[in-house]
Design a protein. Structure first.
Ligand code: DGL
Length: 265
Protein backbone atom coordinates (compact mmCIF):
# COMPACT_ATOMS: atom_id res chain seq x y z
CA UNK A 1 0.00 0.00 0.00
CA UNK A 2 1.22 3.53 -0.72
CA UNK A 3 -0.15 6.99 -0.09
CA UNK A 4 0.73 10.02 -2.23
CA UNK A 5 -0.69 12.62 0.18
CA UNK A 6 1.83 15.13 1.57
CA UNK A 7 3.32 15.29 5.06
CA UNK A 8 2.37 18.50 6.92
CA UNK A 9 4.92 20.33 9.07
CA UNK A 10 4.39 23.48 11.06
CA UNK A 11 6.56 25.77 13.13
CA UNK A 12 6.20 29.24 14.62
CA UNK A 13 8.30 30.52 11.72
CA UNK A 14 11.38 29.60 9.80
CA UNK A 15 13.10 27.34 12.35
CA UNK A 16 11.19 24.17 11.48
CA UNK A 17 13.09 24.08 8.20
CA UNK A 18 15.85 22.28 10.13
CA UNK A 19 13.35 19.40 10.38
CA UNK A 20 12.41 19.71 6.69
CA UNK A 21 16.09 19.21 5.82
CA UNK A 22 16.19 15.89 7.67
CA UNK A 23 12.85 14.72 6.23
CA UNK A 24 14.24 15.45 2.79
CA UNK A 25 17.29 13.27 3.56
CA UNK A 26 15.35 10.32 4.98
CA UNK A 27 12.13 10.52 2.97
CA UNK A 28 13.20 12.07 -0.35
CA UNK A 29 10.09 10.95 -2.26
CA UNK A 30 7.57 12.50 0.10
CA UNK A 31 5.70 15.69 -0.75
CA UNK A 32 5.70 18.27 2.07
CA UNK A 33 3.48 21.16 3.03
CA UNK A 34 5.28 23.49 5.43
CA UNK A 35 3.49 26.21 7.37
CA UNK A 36 5.50 28.89 9.21
CA UNK A 37 3.40 31.10 11.46
CA UNK A 38 5.57 34.14 10.77
CA UNK A 39 2.84 36.63 11.69
CA UNK A 40 2.68 35.34 15.27
CA UNK A 41 6.28 34.21 15.96
CA UNK A 42 7.79 33.92 18.59
CA UNK A 43 5.90 31.19 20.43
CA UNK A 44 8.69 30.82 22.99
CA UNK A 45 7.49 33.78 25.05
CA UNK A 46 3.76 32.94 24.93
CA UNK A 47 1.36 31.05 27.20
CA UNK A 48 0.21 27.47 26.77
CA UNK A 49 -3.31 28.63 25.95
CA UNK A 50 -2.11 30.92 23.16
CA UNK A 51 0.39 28.47 21.67
CA UNK A 52 -2.26 25.71 21.70
CA UNK A 53 -4.80 27.95 19.96
CA UNK A 54 -2.26 28.87 17.26
CA UNK A 55 -1.21 25.23 16.86
CA UNK A 56 -4.81 24.07 16.35
CA UNK A 57 -5.23 26.71 13.64
CA UNK A 58 -1.95 25.68 12.00
CA UNK A 59 -3.05 22.05 11.81
CA UNK A 60 -6.45 23.08 10.46
CA UNK A 61 -4.60 24.87 7.67
CA UNK A 62 -2.44 21.80 6.94
CA UNK A 63 -5.57 19.64 6.86
CA UNK A 64 -6.92 21.76 4.01
CA UNK A 65 -4.01 20.25 2.04
CA UNK A 66 -5.11 16.73 2.97
CA UNK A 67 -1.91 15.82 4.84
CA UNK A 68 -1.40 12.21 6.00
CA UNK A 69 0.84 13.03 8.98
CA UNK A 70 1.54 16.23 10.94
CA UNK A 71 4.94 17.05 12.39
CA UNK A 72 5.01 19.73 15.07
CA UNK A 73 8.54 20.94 14.35
CA UNK A 74 8.37 23.71 16.95
CA UNK A 75 9.79 22.66 20.32
CA UNK A 76 7.63 25.20 22.15
CA UNK A 77 4.39 23.95 20.55
CA UNK A 78 5.47 20.32 21.08
CA UNK A 79 6.19 21.06 24.76
CA UNK A 80 2.98 22.94 25.51
CA UNK A 81 0.35 21.59 23.14
CA UNK A 82 1.13 18.14 21.71
CA UNK A 83 -1.15 16.11 24.01
CA UNK A 84 -4.08 18.41 23.33
CA UNK A 85 -3.46 18.37 19.56
CA UNK A 86 -3.36 14.57 19.52
CA UNK A 87 -6.75 14.50 21.23
CA UNK A 88 -8.20 17.06 18.80
CA UNK A 89 -7.26 15.56 15.43
CA UNK A 90 -7.50 12.08 13.93
CA UNK A 91 -4.44 12.49 11.70
CA UNK A 92 -1.23 11.06 13.28
CA UNK A 93 0.77 13.85 14.93
CA UNK A 94 4.38 13.73 16.10
CA UNK A 95 6.32 16.29 18.09
CA UNK A 96 10.03 16.80 18.65
CA UNK A 97 10.35 16.26 22.41
CA UNK A 98 10.09 12.44 22.75
CA UNK A 99 12.47 11.76 19.83
CA UNK A 100 15.04 14.21 21.26
CA UNK A 101 14.74 12.72 24.75
CA UNK A 102 15.13 9.17 23.38
CA UNK A 103 18.25 10.11 21.46
CA UNK A 104 19.80 11.84 24.50
CA UNK A 105 19.12 8.84 26.73
CA UNK A 106 20.71 6.54 24.19
CA UNK A 107 23.94 8.56 23.92
CA UNK A 108 24.65 9.71 27.49
CA UNK A 109 27.30 7.73 29.37
CA UNK A 110 27.27 9.59 32.69
CA UNK A 111 23.44 10.02 32.76
CA UNK A 112 23.72 13.80 33.07
CA UNK A 113 21.85 15.62 30.33
CA UNK A 114 21.60 19.37 29.67
CA UNK A 115 18.62 20.85 27.84
CA UNK A 116 18.47 24.28 26.22
CA UNK A 117 15.37 25.89 24.72
CA UNK A 118 13.02 28.86 24.75
CA UNK A 119 11.60 30.17 28.03
CA UNK A 120 8.29 28.37 27.40
CA UNK A 121 9.93 25.01 26.55
CA UNK A 122 12.18 25.13 29.59
CA UNK A 123 9.46 26.23 32.03
CA UNK A 124 7.15 23.47 30.76
CA UNK A 125 9.68 20.84 31.92
CA UNK A 126 8.66 18.76 28.87
CA UNK A 127 12.13 17.37 28.10
CA UNK A 128 12.80 16.63 31.74
CA UNK A 129 9.52 14.70 32.04
CA UNK A 130 10.18 12.78 28.81
CA UNK A 131 13.68 11.80 29.98
CA UNK A 132 12.49 10.80 33.46
CA UNK A 133 9.77 8.64 31.89
CA UNK A 134 12.50 6.77 30.04
CA UNK A 135 14.72 6.51 33.10
CA UNK A 136 13.94 8.28 36.40
CA UNK A 137 17.57 8.07 37.53
CA UNK A 138 18.86 10.46 34.88
CA UNK A 139 19.75 14.00 35.97
CA UNK A 140 18.51 16.81 33.74
CA UNK A 141 19.86 20.37 33.76
CA UNK A 142 17.62 22.82 31.87
CA UNK A 143 18.64 26.28 30.68
CA UNK A 144 16.52 28.83 28.78
CA UNK A 145 18.48 30.68 26.05
CA UNK A 146 15.98 33.24 24.70
CA UNK A 147 18.55 35.36 22.85
CA UNK A 148 19.61 32.52 20.56
CA UNK A 149 16.57 32.78 18.25
CA UNK A 150 17.08 36.46 17.29
CA UNK A 151 20.85 35.95 17.00
CA UNK A 152 20.38 33.08 14.54
CA UNK A 153 17.77 34.98 12.54
CA UNK A 154 20.14 37.92 12.36
CA UNK A 155 22.68 35.60 10.71
CA UNK A 156 25.05 35.84 13.70
CA UNK A 157 25.59 32.12 14.07
CA UNK A 158 29.30 32.46 14.54
CA UNK A 159 30.50 35.80 15.85
CA UNK A 160 31.90 37.18 19.09
CA UNK A 161 28.60 38.48 20.45
CA UNK A 162 26.97 35.06 20.02
CA UNK A 163 30.01 33.38 21.54
CA UNK A 164 29.84 35.65 24.62
CA UNK A 165 26.09 35.03 25.01
CA UNK A 166 26.64 31.27 24.61
CA UNK A 167 29.33 31.25 27.28
CA UNK A 168 27.06 33.05 29.74
CA UNK A 169 24.04 30.84 29.06
CA UNK A 170 25.94 27.57 29.14
CA UNK A 171 28.13 28.23 32.16
CA UNK A 172 25.62 26.70 34.67
CA UNK A 173 25.09 23.63 32.46
CA UNK A 174 28.83 23.12 31.96
CA UNK A 175 29.37 23.25 35.71
CA UNK A 176 27.03 20.24 36.07
CA UNK A 177 29.39 18.08 33.99
CA UNK A 178 26.77 16.99 31.48
CA UNK A 179 28.02 14.77 28.66
CA UNK A 180 24.96 15.36 26.45
CA UNK A 181 23.17 18.57 25.50
CA UNK A 182 19.73 18.57 23.87
CA UNK A 183 19.28 21.42 21.40
CA UNK A 184 15.64 21.93 22.34
CA UNK A 185 14.73 24.62 19.84
CA UNK A 186 14.41 24.64 16.06
CA UNK A 187 17.09 27.33 15.68
CA UNK A 188 19.84 25.79 17.76
CA UNK A 189 21.23 23.30 15.21
CA UNK A 190 22.45 26.39 13.32
CA UNK A 191 24.60 27.18 16.39
CA UNK A 192 26.16 23.72 16.56
CA UNK A 193 29.68 24.97 15.84
CA UNK A 194 29.73 27.55 18.60
CA UNK A 195 27.85 25.30 21.06
CA UNK A 196 30.35 22.52 20.39
CA UNK A 197 33.27 24.85 21.01
CA UNK A 198 31.84 26.19 24.26
CA UNK A 199 30.69 22.81 25.63
CA UNK A 200 33.86 20.97 24.59
CA UNK A 201 34.37 18.01 22.30
CA UNK A 202 33.32 15.39 24.86
CA UNK A 203 29.76 16.68 25.03
CA UNK A 204 27.34 15.19 22.47
CA UNK A 205 24.91 17.70 20.96
CA UNK A 206 21.51 16.13 20.32
CA UNK A 207 19.45 17.62 17.53
CA UNK A 208 16.04 15.95 17.49
CA UNK A 209 15.39 16.66 13.78
CA UNK A 210 16.94 13.39 12.59
CA UNK A 211 15.08 11.34 15.20
CA UNK A 212 11.84 13.03 14.21
CA UNK A 213 12.42 12.16 10.57
CA UNK A 214 13.10 8.54 11.58
CA UNK A 215 9.88 8.41 13.61
CA UNK A 216 7.94 9.87 10.66
CA UNK A 217 9.36 7.16 8.41
CA UNK A 218 8.42 4.43 10.91
CA UNK A 219 4.84 5.68 11.28
CA UNK A 220 4.33 5.99 7.54
CA UNK A 221 5.87 2.58 6.92
CA UNK A 222 3.81 0.87 9.62
CA UNK A 223 0.58 2.41 8.32
CA UNK A 224 1.27 1.68 4.63
CA UNK A 225 1.41 5.44 4.11
CA UNK A 226 4.76 5.86 2.36
CA UNK A 227 4.72 7.54 -1.03
CA UNK A 228 5.43 4.88 -3.64
CA UNK A 229 6.61 7.41 -6.24
CA UNK A 230 10.18 7.15 -7.49
CA UNK A 231 10.47 10.88 -8.19
CA UNK A 232 11.70 13.56 -5.81
CA UNK A 233 8.99 14.92 -3.49
CA UNK A 234 7.61 18.44 -3.97
CA UNK A 235 7.95 20.86 -1.07
CA UNK A 236 5.50 23.74 -0.73
CA UNK A 237 5.98 26.53 1.79
CA UNK A 238 3.28 28.72 3.32
CA UNK A 239 3.57 31.55 5.83
CA UNK A 240 1.12 33.79 7.69
CA UNK A 241 3.01 37.05 6.95
CA UNK A 242 4.88 38.41 3.94
CA UNK A 243 7.09 35.65 2.50
CA UNK A 244 10.32 37.51 1.59
CA UNK A 245 11.98 37.41 4.99
CA UNK A 246 11.03 33.73 5.36
CA UNK A 247 12.63 32.89 2.02
CA UNK A 248 15.80 34.87 2.76
CA UNK A 249 16.42 33.38 6.21
CA UNK A 250 14.95 29.99 5.26
CA UNK A 251 17.51 29.40 2.54
CA UNK A 252 20.19 29.63 5.21
CA UNK A 253 18.38 27.11 7.41
CA UNK A 254 17.72 24.71 4.58
CA UNK A 255 20.97 25.23 2.73
CA UNK A 256 19.18 25.31 -0.60
CA UNK A 257 17.05 27.62 -2.66
CA UNK A 258 13.39 28.15 -1.76
CA UNK A 259 11.71 28.96 -5.07
CA UNK A 260 8.51 30.23 -3.61
CA UNK A 261 6.67 30.71 -0.33
CA UNK A 262 3.04 31.81 -0.30
CA UNK A 263 1.05 33.78 2.17
CA UNK A 264 -1.60 31.44 3.53
CA UNK A 265 -4.06 33.88 5.08
N1 DGL B 1 10.29 27.39 16.94
C1 DGL B 1 10.52 27.77 18.31
C2 DGL B 1 10.96 26.55 19.11
O1 DGL B 1 11.47 25.58 18.59
C3 DGL B 1 11.55 28.88 18.42
C4 DGL B 1 11.05 30.22 17.94
C5 DGL B 1 9.87 30.75 18.76
O2 DGL B 1 10.06 31.17 19.91
O3 DGL B 1 8.78 30.72 18.24
O4 DGL B 1 10.79 26.54 20.31
Amino acid sequence: MTDARPIGIFDSGVGGLTVVGKIQELLPNEDLIYFGDTARVPYGTKSEETVTKFSVENIEFLMTHNVKLVIVACNTASSLSLDFLKRCFRVPIIGVIEPGAREAVSVTRNNRIGVIGTNATISSGAYEKAIKRLNPRYSVFPQACPLFVPLVEEGWADNKVTKAVTEIYLEPVRKRSVDTLILGCTHYPILKKILGRVMGKDVVLVDSAREVAKEAREILDAGGLLNGSKSKGKHRFFVSDEPNRFVRIGERFLNRRIDCAKRAV
